[in-house]
Design a protein around this ligand. Structure first.
Ligand SMILES: Cc1ncc(COP(=O)(O)O)c(C=O)c1O
Length: 377
């Protein structure tokens, strides 16, 4: 075997490449993180933890009162979740990585959403498994269709990944969608790897979780987006299946233990006031309404109203690849992401993050309008 063979063909994501084109003049509607800072009491808890001397190694799966607080939060989805069902990780990125490392062997097949979050395909490949891409289409509000899954599933399929609310589409599954996919997973004895990092960022509805009666679910979550603490790298996973000790062993061999001061801040986030989260989500909703309205006024652009996360994922009618379209925008000082960065089925779409001010969204869409005019010629 060639040195580094598992990384063959794997590069940094397309989002990063667009980000690198940012200049001082750019309006950035490319980034996938809140433009807010963590609330004051959460920042204070982080500096207090450092001052109080919580600067040493901690337990491999995370400190117990924090895991209890996380379990308490998850009991709204499944009432028998306990602290012992949780492993705290370095962002959900690492939770996804150890999940893939544990679940898959070379020769396995894994069902992944297309378009979908940029880490999924590389992580599954690095684990030696084969991604089988299932389509998310605008005409189905970007919700997976069981018929499509049935056509793709093979005897070697081990798992299906889901992501609701979705990055990049903003699609949100209903309880009926969750039931249908869970039934499909049960019929084929599959694991469900359910990425729910945007569970608190939903508009005019309650989030529906895959945590339920079916035990072969690994729920992936994070405080990155909810509490605007992407740089602090706090994530976690929850499962009722009896594999938590194995995942904890992988945690140990990857990071020894999660970042200790950040866990104290996470505890403050989970147990403190939640009003600031509601305010942030209300502000995202105002911005969503603005961007969707402005996009749909452009001839040749068709945008669904996203039900969650902070991305708009319009389809366009023009004869240009999504990458060339996004590059043309970048040359005009607008950073956005080509839909094809999220998989082949994202071709013909552009992703805008509306985690930016109303002013910048207006400026960005002014530029986008001009670029569209130019492309139409
Ligand atoms: C769907 C989804 N999952 C996981 C992540 C990773 O987030 P983190 O590692 O900060 O928890 C992101 C970040 O953009 C995401 O959009």
């Amino acid at each position: 075997m060639v040195v580094g063979a598992r990384l063959e063909g794997i590069q940094l994501s397309g989002i990063r490449k667009m980000f690198e084109l940012t200049t001082e003049r750019s309006v950035n509607l490319g980034l996938g993180e809140p433009d807010f800072q963590p609330a004051q009491h959460i920042r204070q808890a982080l500096s207090d933890a450092v001052e109080k001397g919580y600067n040493k190694y901690g337990p491999t799966s995370g400190i117990s009162n924090l895991r209890e607080a996380l379990a308490n939060g998850a009991r709204k989805y499944r009432s028998d979740i306990t602290a012992n069902d949780i492993v705290v990780t370095t962002g959900s990125t690492q939770a996804l990585m150890i999940t893939a490392q544990y679940l898959f062997n070379p020769g396995d097949d894994v069902l992944l959403p297309d378009p979908g979050f940029v880490l999924n395909v590389p992580q599954v490949r690095i684990a030696g498994a084969r991604p089988l891409m299932y389509p998310l289409k605008q005409e189905h509000e970007f919700i997976p269709q069981v018929d499509d899954l049935e056509k793709l599933v093979t005897p070697k399929t081990v798992a299906i990944y889901t992501n609701s609310p979705s990055n990049p589409t903003g699609g949100v599954m209903s309880i009926e969608d969750i039931r249908a996919i869970t039934q499909f997973a049960e019929d084929h004895d599959l694991w469900i790897v359910s990425d729910e990092v945007y569970d608190q960022i939903v508009y005019d509805r309650e989030h529906q979780s895959f945590l339920g009666d079916y035990d072969k679910v690994i729920h992936i979550n994070s405080l990155s987006k909810t509490y605007a603490m992407t740089g602090w790298r706090f994530g976690f996973l929850i499962t009722k299946a009896p594999i938590i000790d194995k995942l904890s062993i992988l945690n140990y061999y990857t990071i020894a233990c999660p970042n200790v001061p950040t866990q104290h801040a996470a505890l403050a986030a989970m147990t403190g006031p939640q009003e600031h989260v509601k305010q942030m989500v209300n502000e995202f909703k105002r911005r969503r309404d603005l961007i969707v309205d402005r996009l749909n006024r452009i001839d040749g652009i068709h945008c669904l109203v996203p039900k969650g996360a902070f991305y708009a994922f319009p389809k366009y009618d023009f004869n240009i690849s999504a990458l060339d379209f996004a590059m043309e925008c970048a040359r005009s000082d607008l950073i956005c992401t080509h839909g094809s960065a999220f998989g082949d089925a994202g071709e013909g779409h552009i992703r805008f993050s509306y985690a930016n001010s109303m002013d910048n969204i207006n400026k960005g869409i002014d530029i986008f309008e001009e670029v569209c005019e130019k492309i139409k010629g």
